[in-house]
Structures are given as structure tokens and as C-alpha cells.
Design a protein. Sequence first.
Length: 147
Amino acid sequence: MEIATSARTLLEHKGRDVWTISPEVTVFEAIQQMASKNIGALPVVENGKLVGILSERDYMSKVALKGRSSKETAVRDIMVREVVTVTPEQTVSECMSLVTERRVRHLPVVQDGAVIGVVSIGDLVRWTIATQRVTIEQLEKYIAGGY
């Protein structure tokens, strides 16, 4: 099922709150921010430009499992530098394809070089389920003669 809803529309529904982190802060500070905001990843921004992304997965694989200290490791040292991003115009279906093909869980939405939001795999799944539910309800009404 192709879902033509744009990332912009999805952000309008979920909220446009976007939290970012500097590459200079410690991983500990980043993890604290993720925990306080109940999010799984933070875009890393330097001088207003997206330079990376840091996720809980990065922390586990690059700090915790390597025996490094989160209080002594800078975000810059473990962030993913090749960030998979989307534009506000890209569709939910395109975003789903990207998270599947590129094996990422968070897609920063970038417009004119600035991060305007983040779409997570959870956001995409919730939107897809809601869209399918509406389609099913419409089909049931049509079949029952409700149109």
C-alpha cells in the first residue's frame, strides 16, 4: 500500500519538537537528553548544520560494549557522520523504504539545510497503521452501503 502522505504532514501531526546536540558534548550528556525527552536519537548539529546523528544503538555498540566511559567520550567520536535524511516532501512510503533499505531507525527531516524534525520508524509504523485503519473503515462502509 503506497502512502503518499508527506513527512511534513506527519511532523505536523506528531509535533515539530526537535532536539539536537553539539558534537563537543559528552555522550553522557547526550544520553541524559535522550532519556529526559524519551527519544532514541539526536541529530548532531554544529554551526546550524547537520553533521551527524547519535542513537542509543551507537552508545551501546561504541561505548558500553567497548568499555569506554560515556563521561569521557565526546559525541563527535561515536556519531554516525553519513546521515540518511529526508525532505519534508518525501512520502511516508519513501521514508519506510529508506529505513528498511538503509537499516536506520531515525530520519532527520531537512529543509534549506536545517533540521526541522525527526521521523522515527515508530512514527512511520503508527501512521501506516492509522492509514490502513481508515481505509478499512471506508471499505466496510462502502460494502455495507454507507456511501
